[in-house]
Structure formats: structure tokens, C-alpha cells
Design a protein around this ligand. Structure first.
Ligand code: GLN
Length: 538
């Protein structure tokens, strides 16, 4: 069985547990160990698929079609591995399983209780990935902050595992904040002491403290934290604010987080960390040769996390192209025929984002038209592709009422239609077309040049699709379906060969972009934008 590392958080939320977990995993992986990360979330939704991106950020989709927390995106981007349905568990999922068992009569007349039934199910799920024989180490990130009512059963499960498993098989890392009081010019350790005390009251004693801080901690503070929190001084790890999340593994390397982890877990066989590719990437990221500007058109632009994977994909693709990608968020509701030229002025490329529902649709369509008519590189993802289809239908094919049935159920020209199998679905959670499907690419197309192959597989999350009844009309007028699902004929990629770079995809390429394997569509989109920028400045 794999060794278990638990990562909890204290003092405040948003300290970056996911990044710390992913950075430690990266270092252990770079030392030749097989590592994965899972996230346990304390909310009652069975998965985050039904959560509003405003509240919870983007919903990340795995290969096997699980709708998961966005931290799984970080795990994949850092580790260059695939996560799965097993890597994200919520309180809702735990209760659902226990209640189903109760209804099936599995508890034989017993009173079903939080301890032991809920905690047993949590422990079972915590250990599940470690039993697959695929990993040396499983890192479990516990969502929320220690002290939340909701997190208690998870903390209790960690306590029991710390007690049940051999000492060398369990490690608890607690991430806290050391605030800096400007007026007093002092770093304050009290909140951390309280947070560790709260954990101790729950019976869990952290082995390592990772301390987020704006200022260097210094040995005095480290020793003080160690003394009052009952850990060794070398187990107090400074996590200074970094200029990019991709720097954090190197900061953790410097602080020897991996070394102390290996020591505590009694792991003796490991290599020197090989982070060569990572450092090359970081160098290119930090010292770009030029800057380009991409407009991201969406309706959740106020919240950075809503388009997390897209923004990270731009970072990966920018580094490879040695340019800094400045992403300008443009709210689609502010685009109309009068404002479009002004709003899109100075852009080197336009990305129309995924999304749901009617809000801001008209602005998106007008923006696509502008990109198409002005040879501005265009990239549409999911809803973004559907908008490109509607725009082309209306303005090139002159089908004035062309629409998606998602926005207008009664349109006489549904160029975007609900997928057949979706029509009978009534439940909302986990019922979209989710996860990875193959796509066959037309030889000689832009998509073919981008991917360098004719068969790809990408991840999905949608209910609507291009209506193939209109395909001949589209292709005759210059917009072609260059990628389709080999079994169903579902259109996956639309492009305009006469345009320098105009492509829309029904799937989500951003979900597979990692530091070591950037998504080809993003890489080529940025290359096209770079070219556009150079031609503009000439
Ligand atoms: N709302 C659209 C659909 O369901 C697009 C979904 C998306 O952009 N993820 O097909």
C-alpha cells in the first residue's frame, strides 16, 4: 500500500494548499517516486458539476468524465499525469454511499452515525487510490480550513489513520499563514499556534508546518513556531509569496520540504531531483522575448478561477513561444456593434470562452464576426465554437434566425441542437457528455497541422452539438468540419481555411494542457497571435 500524506489548512482559506500539495508531489516525482494527489471537499454537493463558477471557480473534467474541483487541474498540470473519478471526493459523495448502503440493509439494524460509519467511508476512500498498486505515495488535500464544522469528519478520519497505520506510513502537513503587521513591522505566529492547537484538540498532530508569508521568516521565528507548535525546527517550512505558482516547487526544494517528507516516511530509495524541463519552462516563462495580447470573452470574467485551466494553458503556450501572454478579460455583455472595434482594439487574438445560458450571447457573436472579418486569430472553445457557428450561419449563410436551442428552444434554424441522448435526461448532476472521446481529423486541415496527426482524444462537457443537417451549406460557404467523432459523426472542430487562424472546438483542450505537454491548440493559437502582432507592428 502507498504511503499517505495529508495536507490540511489553517488560519484562512485560499492559502494555496493545492499548489503546495502539487509542488511537493512534483518534487517527489522528480526524485523517481510514483505520486498522485486527491482532494476531499467538505461540501454536500455530490460533485462540483452543479456549482456556479462564481462561487467555486471552474469545474475541472477528468479523462473518465468526473466533474471535479479545479485543484485537480493543478495536480495534472504539475505532475503531467491523469487524475480520475477517484481523485475527488465530497461529503455529499460519502453520505450518498453510506445512505445507499443503509437503504440496502448493509448495516444490519445498526444506528448509522458520523463515527464510525461516515468516518469509515472517508477512510476507505482515502486509502482507495493507494491500494491500486500504482503509487508509492498518495497525497490527500483536505478542502476547507481546520475549525470548520464541515471538515470535522475528515480531520477525525485523519486522526484515526494516524493512529491505525504504521508511523512511517502517514504524514500530516499543515499549511498556515504568518501575517506581517506593517505597523509593528512584525511577523505574527499566534494564528498558527491557535490553528495547530485546534488540530491537536481534534487529536491530529501535524508533522510539518508550511507557513505562507510575505516576508522571510528567519531562524528566530522558525524556532518559535517549532517550539510552540511542537514540531522540529527543520519541519517549519517557509512558503514565501512567489511570482508564479510554477516557482513554488523550486521554493519548496530550497526549503527541503521533500527531504524532510522522505525522512519522516522512512523512504530510503530516491534519486536526486530531476527538474531540468521544469527549469527550462520557468526560464522561458520569466524572460519572454515579446508580449502579445489575447482577449478572453466570457461572462465570468470577474472571477479569475472561473477560467483557470484556460489561463494556465496560455501560460504554458506562451512559454513555449517565448512570449508573455497578456490576457484581457472582456465582458461579453459590454460588446455591441458600436463598441466592438473599440473593445477589441489592440488584440492579437480572440478567445471565446465556454459557458452556459443566454447571458452575453449577442456580444460573443458580434466579437466572433469582428475576428472573422478582420483576420484576427480566433479560437472558440465549446460554447465559443457554437457562437462561431451561429455567427457564420447568420452573417454568411444569411439564416437570420439561426440559433442554438439552448438559447432559443423554438428557433426554426437550430444550427446548434441538443444531442439526441441528452433529450431524455432529466437530472442535472453528472449528465452532460463528459470526459474524453476520440476525434478524427481531416488531412490537410489547420487542425491536422496543429496536432500533427489525424486521430486525437480530448475532454468534453456539453449538452449541445453542431446540427449536421446544415453541414453541406456551411462547407460550401467556407466553414468546414475538420474534426468529427468517428463513431457518431458529432462535429468536434470547425474551421475557416480562408482565414489565417479561425478554429472552434466542441471539446476543452485546456483540460489537458500541462507544463511538460502544452495543449497544441493553445501553442498554435499563440503562435498565430504572435505572427499577427509582428505583422501589425510592421
Ligand atoms: N452550453 C453549451 C453546451 O452545453 C456549451 C458548454 C460549454 O461551453 N462547456 O453545449
Amino acid at each position: 500500500m502507498a504511503k499517505q500524506i495529508f495536507v490540511t489548512g489553517g488560519v484562512t482559506s485560499s492559502l494555496g494548499k493545492g499548489i503546495i500539495a502539487a509542488s511537493l508531489a512534483k518534487l517527489l516525482q522528480a526524485r523517481g517516486l510514483k505520486v498522485t494527489i486527491q482532494k476531499f471537499d467538505p461540501y454536500i454537493n455530490v460533485d462540483p458539476g452543479t456549482l456556479n463558477p462564481y462561487e467555486h471557480g471552474e469545474c475541472f473534467v477528468t479523462e473518465d468524465g468526473a466533474e471535479t474541483d479545479l485543484d485537480l487541474g493543478h495536480y495534472e498540470r504539475f505532475l503531467n499525469i491523469h487524475t480520475s473519478q477517484l481523485n475527488n471526493v465530497t461529503t455529499g459523495r460519502i453520505y450518498q454511499t453510506v445512505i445507499n448502503k443503509e437503504r440496502a440493509g448493509d448495516f444490519l439494524g445498526k444506528t448509522v452515525q458520523v463515527v464510525p460509519h461516515i468516518t469509515d467511508e472517508i477512510k476507505h476512500r482515502m486509502l482507495l487510490l493507494g491500494k491500486t498498486n500504482q503509487f508509492d505515495i498518495v497525497i490527500t488535500e483536505i478542502g476547507g480550513t481546520v475549525g470548520d464544522i464541515e471538515s470535522l469528519p475528515f480531520i477525525e478520519a485523519v486522526r484515526q489513520l494516524q493512529w491505525e497505520l504504521p508511523d512511517e506510513d502517514v504524514l500530516v502537513i499543515h499549511l498556515t499563514l504568518i501575517p506581517y503587521l506593517k505597523a509593528a513591522k512584525e511577523l505574527k505566529t499566534k494564528p498558527t499556534q491557535h490553528s495547530v492547537k485546534m488540530m491537536s484538540e481534534n487529536g491530529v498532530h501535524p508533522d510539518i508546518l508550511v507557513c505562507r508569508t510575505e516576508e522571510v521568516l528567519g531562524n528566530d521565528i522558525k524556532n518559535k513556531i517549532a517550539l510552540f507548535c511542537n514540531v522540529k525546527p527543520e519541519a517549519v517550512i517557509e512558503a514565501l509569496d512567489a511570482s508564479t505558482i510554477y516557482e513554488v516547487p523550486l521554493l519548496m526544494l530550497r526549503e527541503k520540504l521533500d527531504v524532510i517528507t522522505l525522512k519522516k516516511l522512512g523512504i530510503k530509495e530516491y534519486a536526486e531531483p530531476n527538474l531540468d524541463n521544469w527549469k527550462i519552462f520557468l526560464d522561458k516563462l520569466k524572460y519572454p522575448k515579446a508580449k502579445i495580447t489575447i482577449g478572453l470573452i466570457g461572462k465570468y470574467i470577474e472571477l479569475q478561477d472561473a477560467y483557470k485551466s484556460i489561463l494556465e494553458s496560455f501560460i504554458h503556450a506562451g512559454a513555449i513561444n517565448e512570449v508573455k501572454v497578456q490576457v484581457i478579460d472582456i465582458h461579453s455583455e459590454f460588446i455591441n456593434e458600436q463598441t466592438v472595434a473599440e473593445k477589441l482594439k489592440g488584440l492579437d487574438g480572440l478567445l471565446v470562452a465556454p459557458g452556459f445560458g443566454n447571458r452575453g450571447i449577442d456580444g460573443k457573436i458580434i466579437a466572433v464576426q469582428y475576428a472573422r472579418e478582420n483576420n484576427l486569430p480566433f479560437f472558440g472553445i465549446c460554447l465559443g465554437m457554437q457562437m462561431a457557428v451561429i455567427e457564420f450561419a447568420r452573417n454568411v449563410l444569411h439564416i437570420a434566425d439561426a440559433h442554438s436551442v439552448e438559447m432559443n428552444a423554438n428557433t426554426t434554424n437550430p444550427v446548434i441542437n441538443m444531442m439526441e441522448e441528452q433529450k431524455k435526461i432529466k437530472l442535472m448532476g453528472g449528465t452532460m457528455r463528459l470526459g474524453s472521446y476520440p476525434c478524427e481529423i481531416e488531412e490537410g486541415s489547420l487542425a491536422n497541422r496543429i496536432y500533427g496527426t489525424t486521430l486525437i482524444s480530448e475532454r468534453h462537457r456539453h449538452r449541445y452539438e453542431f446540427n449536421n443537417a446544415y453541414l453541406v451549406q456551411f462547407e460550401n460557404a467556407g466553414m468546414i468540419a475538420s474534426g468529427t467523432n468517428p463513431e457518431t459523426g458529432l462535429v468536434e472542430i470547425m474551421e475557416i481555411p480562408d482565414h489565417p487562424f479561425f478554429i472552434g472546438v466542441q471539446y476543452h483542450p485546456e483540460l489537458k494542457s500541462t507544463v511538460e505537454s502544452p495543449a497544441p491548440l493553445f501553442v498554435h493559437f499563440i503562435a498565430a497571435a504572435k505572427k499577427y502582432n509582428e505583422s501589425r507592428s510592421k
